[in-house]
Write a protein that binds this ligand. Structure first.
Ligand SMILES: [Zn+2]
Length: 387
């Protein structure tokens, strides 16, 4: 999930919004306005809208605080977080890699619901100080805002603690299983399977509630279930791949099938003789097997075709110091993680400044399939072995 609207940076973490957030923001403000209208019909419509918008903004600020707490704890354990994005179904912190031990996973996960619960206590406490009697219907706009925010943050804390991986509660469960069983892979497998069952339950319950007259709220639950099902399925697949990759290094899986161009080649020639002919998306720019940079159709697009004959490849290439690359000794799973977090499909493999090969996501998967076909690798037996 990438932010499309950027709001600024807090603790070195970029806060942003996905386009789908605008839909939920409008829905929440409208439903708040309707709710406040029923709660106290004497309020003017200006008051109702001001109260609804203020409450909505504070609600989303609370979601950011929840996600920032995940990011702060992740950073304490040395795991970088680049971005926090609010989207249709809530917030996500883009955590660079998985926790390396059960304890850090536990604290990274549980701090979110704890933070939401603390926010709940703070808002209800402020309402009490402002003169609200516990369980009574708020009478002033200020108290109405605080009470709604208090309850919703408690609900967020409780909902997030459901053991539906990859929700916070599911991660807490995974950390506890990991700690108890001593195997991250097995813990992930159990937590993700339970996550799938809860996802099915959400979908079923959501559809039933929809036909029972709950309308949007029912569809909503089904939609969250569907999202969880996707996420837990992806986790199970990733887990299987991670296990199959154990013990394999980049050198075992890299390929020598890559394209090279000389730095002095004109773009015109590069496009017609290389790019359009070879059917590759990227080329290494090299001199005597020494990598100088990398070029793809993206770099070419930035130049007008009229300038192609007079522009050299090394004028537009991504220079070597900006290219992410792997070394032959690096573990294959680290290389895959690097490609995923940098959102690239392949990495050059460099050894002592020289090109040793390339490793690509597609090639790694193909290799795994081949190894499975040859029977050298049986996924289920290797799962048991690691436990
Ligand atoms: Zn959370």
């Amino acid at each position: 999930m990438k932010s499309q609207v950027k709001l600024g940076t807090v603790f070195g973490v970029e806060l942003g919004l996905h386009y789908s957030w605008f839909l939920i923001a409008v829905l929440i403000v409208f439903s708040l306005a309707a709710q406040f209208h029923i709660q106290d019909p004497n309020w003017s419509s200006l008051t109702i809208w001001l109260v609804a918008i203020t409450t909505g903004v504070a609600f989303f600020a609370g979601l950011y605080v929840h996600e920032i707490s995940h990011a702060v704890v992740a950073k304490m354990y040395g795991i970088p977080v680049h971005q926090i994005t609010l989207f249709l179904l809530g917030g996500v912190a883009q955590i660079e890699k998985d926790a390396s031990d059960a304890k850090s996973e536990f604290w990274m996960a549980i701090v979110g619901p704890i933070t939401s619960a603390i926010l709940g206590v703070v808002f209800l406490g402020l309402a009490k100080v402002a003169g609200w009697n516990l369980w009574s219907i708020p009478t002033t706009p200020g108290i109405a805002i605080l009470v709604w925010l208090g309850y919703i943050n408690f609900m967020l804390a409780a909902f997030n603690m459901l053991p539906a991986f990859p929700m916070d509660g599911g991660r807490v469960l995974r950390a506890l299983l990991w700690w108890g069983m001593g195997s991250a892979e097995r813990a992930t497998r159990y937590a993700a399977r339970l996550g799938q069952w809860i996802a099915f339950f959400f979908i079923g319950l959501g559809i039933l509630r929809f036909f029972d007259g709950a309308g949007l709220a029912g569809l909503w639950l089904a939609f969250i279930g569907w999202f969880l099902l996707q996420a837990s399925g992806a986790t199970l697949l990733q887990n299987k791949i991670g296990i199959s990759l154990q013990g394999l290094a980049v050198a075992d899986l890299m390929s020598d099938d890559y394209g090279v161009v000389a730095p002095s080649m004109p773009l015109q020639e590069f496009v017609h003789e290389k790019l359009l002919r070879a059917g590759r998306r990227f080329f290494l720019v090299a001199e005597q097997n020494h990598m100088l940079g990398l070029i793809t159709s993206n770099e070419v697009k930035h130049k007008e075709p009229a300038d192609w004959p007079l522009t050299r490849v090394d004028e537009v290439m991504v220079p070597a110091e900006k290219v992410f690359y792997a070394s032959p000794e690096m573990s294959a799973s680290d290389a895959l993680e690097m490609m995923a977090s940098r959102d690239v499909h392949q990495l050059p493999v460099i050894s002592g400044g020289r090109i040793a090969g390339v490793i690509s996501r597609a090639h790694v998967l193909q290799q795994l399939r081949l190894r499975m076909d040859l029977g050298r690798l049986d996924i289920d037996s290797s799962i048991e072995k690691t436990s």
